[in-house]
Design a protein around this ligand. Sequence first.
Ligand code: NAD
Length: 454
Amino acid sequence: MDRLVEKQRNFFASDQTRPFAFRAQMLRRLREAIGATEQEILEALAADLGKSRVAGYTTEIGPCLAEITHALRNLRQWMKPRRVAGPRLFPLSRGRVVCEPLGVCLVVSPWNYPFNLTIAPLVASLAAGNCTVLKPSELSANTAQVISRMIGRYFDEAFVSVVCGGPDATEELLEQKFDHIFFTGGERVGRMVMQAAARHLTPVTLELGGKSPCIVTDDCDPAKTARRIAWGKFLNAGQTCVAPDYLLVQEPIREELTARIKACIQDFYGAEPRESPDYGRIINGHHFDRLLRLLQGQEVLFGGQTDREALYIGPTLLGAPPDEAPILREEIFGPLLPVLPFGHLSEAIDLVNRRPKPLALYVFGRSADRRQQILSKTSSGGVCINDTIVHLTAPSLPFGGVGASGFGRYHGKAGFDAVSNQRSVLHQTLLFDIPQRFPPSRERDLKMLRAMLK
Ligand code: NAD
């Protein structure tokens, strides 16, 4: 690790990564690498998570290519120094903000979207002109291997390299001094990463998880609402950081919505979801057992089938659990969806606010007033109205958490900014000086200085 980081540090010091032409060339190279490796990536995603080819492409490969295209289209603009006014006291001075690369960045990623969550931060890092070490999750080992081979074939390790391994490898990497750490994963490891980063005063972006609520009011479009919720919840067998974690449904629509979600599950995955090529598997036995524990004692409204050997848990709807049940406390991160009724909107808002601030918040309903009430009385990293998950797919919308769901933003320019140093430069004029700024100070100058500084 010492040698690898040293090598990247030397490469960065050669200044080759700074010009626009180099950054654009590297982004195009990454696009070429992904194109040439597409089959291998899709096979690895199927082996790791039972992802279909369509899901693999639309949720993993496609978003990375879209990020690259967006960066290539906008990079020149992002890199342009931004002119700003100088201080009032020095009217002929000129200010500008210049984005410069930070240096050597570390990206640590999870297993649930193992390609996307490793490569999308890399796009930001390449665009910003940094060297990068990638540490994909050991739990999605097939995808980690493919990423490692792909990067090894297309990039010099002094510029981009991949370290495979589990917690030990991450801990060893965290001993090193990086210029930025981009971590996506759970809260527990997030804290460890931040602690390790503090030793070197390294800035971090923490993309964590949490319980993303989905509030459905009785004026929603029931058919579209059910379809979009069922899709967002059961995609990747619920192992999505922004999956709706629990539903809050206004009482008059609860029965109809539950029935419609059941029907959607059958439409999507057939009567036997285990046979469907579109329905994924739980990543490993540990997470399977964790989900089983959350399921224990709950009222099953639909689904509930489990098979440990096949790491299969069917799409499941649950009745309202008691407030203190672990399933309403811990992030579910699996295909279990509790349906909680509410009467007045304030009850739903209170329930959301009794939990840590989530990564995403979903609102389904037609009333702009109610929407506004929910938005103004809650907080979350992002919001998607009348749909689930798709807000992530717009590179122009910064993505990230707030409070316990993390901090820092990426996607598009937000990612570029996250791994750039926004350097402030003030260019002072040589034409004149305001004599009053220099000692000895005189009481009578105060009036003029006061007026100028106001
Ligand atoms: P995790 O925190 O267990 O692991 C993430 C990374 O940290 C992996 O690369 C892993 O190897 C490493 N790691 C694990 N234990 C470690 C340790 N003890 N010391 C050092 N490194 C360690 O997370 P996960 O289980 O891979 O992913 C699930 C979590 O990630 C969920 O909470 C989910 O919400 C969150 N997530 C967030 C986003 C987002 O964009 N905000 C996206 C996907 C997942």
